[in-house]
Design a protein around this ligand. Sequence first.
Ligand SMILES: [Zn+2]
Length: 117
Amino acid sequence: MSKCEKCGGSMEAEETYEFAGKSLCEDCYLELRVKPVTCDPWAVYGARNTKGKDPQLTDVHARILNLIKTGGPLEAPEICRDLGISEAQFQNNFATLRHMELARACKDGDKVCYTLF
Ligand SMILES: [Zn+2]
């Protein structure tokens, strides 16, 4: 019996998943694979390792980039409203842009804004 390095839950050997050198339970592994956290260097590390050499920009990526290029820095709710996407969709797409070093988050006082890299 070993322990998940993220949530601390115990898990059987066959339920152990490796991600960025850590042993994780299935839940934590899937959560990290599906939702990379923008400012988590561990998630960035994993994404860098698994992403192909020629990342493809999707339509949503292009629209986010275009929006922050013309109107940024912008807060997430502004971007979501302009593009008609949910905050979760934005965070997912933004994480990819961050991994490609095309866009980044920045602090404006207490607010988190998003801008070009
Ligand atoms: Zn876990």
